[in-house]
Design a protein around this ligand. Structure first.
Ligand code: CA
Length: 341
């Protein structure tokens, strides 16, 4: 247990969170409720942000915290988790499952990556603040109230409206060997078609970092993108969740074995556009690419006689991510090449 009580009294001198769960998070039973955050606006003077939460507690066992909608335009996580919450059989749970299908609920509600209330990118504001913006208050509540309860944490991402990924589960290269091995085993149990051990370029503010700093077993994903879900990627999310709950011993049975290709995504694999324009993809997701092979062409859409810019892969591998949709601006990620490890 960390240096705080679960009743919400911080030991650090931070103010108490203004967020209150409308249901008991600890008592046995299956409950559907909300994380209620008072938020006064033009639309509702004494209103609240109501983030849906489902909690299933049944006997002794570990706690899994399952989240989607950290970014509001990534849909596999929310779809799979709303379905799980609606279908979970309490009798089959050993321990506890906490489901928050839409961590940044205002963003999901608006179909946006960030919150329409404060433009907050939830996955950049951790550990948050109880006196900050709405988005910072949500992050703070996760850090001080939900994460301390959890043993294993799954945060389901996809590419959102501006990226599309090969479907992969991921964990981070961690300094602590035992912790790293736990996360790796959980990632493998998830059983996505691809698996990635990531080194973050900028880990500050990520939920991932907040989870790992507490020593929790953590798995994240990138399952698709383009601002929508696909039947195949939803199935990957649903199967992965069940596999992970089996791996944790919360659901009975063994994870369904799945072939997964382990990829490394090095910094050098990022192809970043330095031009505005119309993109011609020259390879598709999953296609092998040689070092120096053409990945995309960018055309100046303002004239027929403009220069055509070619973007080539800096390394050999497979195309693991691509820009979405069809136009880019300078600084946009055109693609990411990863290599099988
Ligand atoms: Ca994301």
């Amino acid at each position: 247990m960390t240096n705080m009580s679960l009743s919400g009294t911080p030991a650090s001198g931070l103010k108490a969170s203004p967020i209150r769960p409308t249901v008991d998070l600890d008592a046995p039973g299956l409950r559907h409720g909300f994380l209620k955050l008072p938020y006064s606006s033009d639309a509702s003077a004494w209103g609240s942000v109501m983030t849906p939460i489902c909690v299933a507690v049944n006997g002794e066992g570990p706690t899994a915290l399952l989240t989607g909608g950290n970014h509001g335009d990534e849909y596999e996580g929310p779809i799979a988790l709303y379905k799980l919450a609606a279908s979970l059989d309490l009798e089959q749970v050993r321990g506890r499952v906490i489901i928050v299908p839409a961590m940044n609920y205002p963003a999901l509600d608006a179909g946006r990556r960030t919150s329409p209330i404060d433009n907050g990118n939830l996955n950049r504001v951790f550990p948050g603040s109880p006196t900050g913006t709405v988005t910072e208050k949500i992050a703070d509540y996760f850090c001080r109230h939900l994460l301390p309860r959890a043993d294993i944490v799954l945060d389901i991402h996809s590419g959102g409206r501006t990226l599309e990924f090969l479907p992969f589960a991921a964990c981070h290269a961690l300094e602590d060997e035992e912790h790293g091995a736990r996360c790796l085993a959980a990632m493998k149990a998830f059983g996505a078609p691809y698996s990635v051990i990531m080194t973050e370029m900028d880990a500050g503010g990520l939920y991932d970092t907040a989870v790992e700093e507490l020593g929790k077993t953590f798995v994240t994903t990138e399952l698709g993108g383009g601002g929508t879900a696909r039947a195949a990627t939803v199935r990957i999310a649903e199967r992965g969740i069940v596999n992970l709950l089996r791996h944790a011993g919360i659901l009975e049975g063994e994870p369904e074995p799945a072939a997964s290709t382990l990829l490394t995504m090095p910094d050098e694999g990022y192809v970043v556009s330095e031009h505005h324009g119309l993109v011609e993809p020259c390879v598709d997701l999953g296609d092998p690419v040689a070092a120096g092979e053409l990945v995309a062409r960018v055309y100046d859409q303002r004239r027929t006689a403009g220069a055509t810019i070619e973007y080539r892969s800096p390394i050999a591998g497979v195309l693991a991510a691509r820009h979405f949709p069809g136009m880019v601006k300078a600084g946009d990620c055109l693609g990411v090449v990863a290599y099988p490890s």
